[in-house]
Every structure is written in structure tokens, then in C-alpha cells.
Design a protein around this ligand. Structure first.
Ligand code: CA
Length: 227
């Protein structure tokens, strides 16, 4: 279980890291809004603990930008700003729950468990982006209702891109997570590029809205509209 803690106060951040590691969570701490945003767009987490008052981009900005990109990771907002307005604002922006500082650690743990449970329950066997639909049980893929035939590898690649919607996925990540190749002497870059090109031809050709985007020098992103 991987948790991102976004908290600028060193003491609080360290206490959260130690406490959560003690509960066997895998913890990553970011102390700026920019750092947090980079993490959530490039890595997978099971939950995010987000402090609202951060230097630079504040917590609500990060949350809003995340949700706009289609990143649905459950977010528990940590805030000292215990006013009703802030709560409403946070929940409207896409927070899943709130904890007011100072909080009891046991309560925080209970909220995290509930959040992760809800996240799991909400997982459907279907993945979608715009008018693209992928059924993970029947493995049927359609765009605008029109069926698309994919090879096994193309399907796995598409499923991975859909699960990381709005995030940049590098060729190295795809080689590791989709091709499961970690110990090759020659990189799989060409093979990956060929599969991406085929997916694009099947999914995006003749479509006004492209879903698969190249992020120059970094990798690829599946996203509705421009990345
Ligand atoms: Ca703070």
C-alpha cells in the first residue's frame, strides 16, 4: 500500500512518515506543491494525504489539477483551516475526506483505511476515456460504440495507459510493467514505439479527439484533449 504525504512542515511530515511506516505503509513525502504534482502525474499511489497550506502551489490547486487530468487516487485533506468554507471548497475540488489538524493518529489511520476500501469498491471492470471503453472481463474494446480488435499486447498496453490516465508513462516504465522486461541489454524502445503506433492507428485515426499523446523526450500519455 503506497501513500503520498504532501506536507511542508518537517516535524509533521516526519511524524506521519514514521507513523505510517510503522503500520507497514510504503510512504513517499513531498514538501512542495510542485513536487507533489510531479509525483502524482508520474507515479501510482493508493492514497494521498494532502496538506492545504503549502509553499508555491497550494494543496487545492494540486488537487484541482490532478482531478482535471483524470487522476482518481483517493485524497485525504489535512488542514488546520477549520472553517466550513474551506471544507466545502476542498470537497468540491475533489477531496474524498478531511482531517482537521491537530488530529489523533488512530483517527487518521481509520480514515485512510476507509478511503482505500472505498477506492477499491469503486473499481469497475470497465475503463473509459472520452468515448473509448474497455471491458476488462470480456476484453471488448470500443470507441464511439465501434468495436476495435487488439492483440493481447496492444490490449495490455492500452489497459496500462488507461489506468495511468493523465500521467506521463515512460518507455522504461512500459518495458518494466507491460513487457515485464527488466534485464535486457538492448532497450525495447523500438518495439514499444511500434505498438504505440498501432494502437494509435486503431484508436485515434479519423478521430477528431486524439487520446494517445507523445510527450517529447519523456514518453506517452493517454488523455482526453491536449496533455
Ligand atoms: Ca502547511
Amino acid at each position: 500500500m503506497r501513500i503520498l504525504v504532501v506536507e511542508d512542515e518537517l516535524k509533521v511530515a516526519n511524524a506521519l512518515r514514521e507513523g505510517l511506516q510503522g503500520e507497514r505503509y510504503d510512504v513517499v513525502v513531498e514538501r512542495t506543491g510542485e513536487g507533489a504534482f510531479f509525483r502524482v502525474t508520474t507515479e501510482q499511489f493508493d492514497a494521498i494525504l494532502l496538506d492545504l497550506t503549502l509553499p508555491g502551489r497550494d494543496g487545492l490547486e494540486i488537487l484541482k489539477a490532478m482531478r482535471e487530468r483524470g487522476i482518481k487516487t483517493p485524497v485525504l485533506v489535512l488542514t488546520a483551516r477549520d472553517t466550513l468554507q474551506d471544507r466545502v471548497l476542498g470537497l468540491d475540488t475533489g477531496a474524498d475526506d478531511y482531517v482537521i489538524k491537530p488530529f489523533a493518529f488512530a483517527e487518521l489511520l481509520a480514515r485512510i483505511r476507509a478511503l482505500v476500501r472505498r477506492g477499491r469498491a469503486a473499481e469497475s471492470p470497465r475503463l473509459t476515456a472520452a468515448d473509448l471503453e474497455v471491458n476488462l472481463i470480456t476484453r471488448k474494446v470500443t470507441r464511439g460504440g465501434r468495436p476495435i480488435d487488439l492483440t493481447v499486447r496492444e490490449f495490455e498496453l492500452l489497459e496500462y495507459l488507461l489506468r495511468h490516465q493523465g500521467q506521463v508513462v515512460s518507455r522504461e516504465t512500459l518495458a518494466r510493467d507491460v513487457w515485464k522486461e527488466t534485464a535486457r541489454t538492448t532497450p525495447l524502445d523500438n518495439v514499444i514505439d511500434v505498438h504505440i503506433a498501432r494502437l494509435r492507428r486503431k484508436l485515434d485515426a479519423d478521430q477528431p479527439m486524439k487520446l494517445i499523446h507523445t510527450v517529447r523526450g519523456v514518453g506517452f500519455m493517454l488523455h482526453e484533449g491536449e496533455p
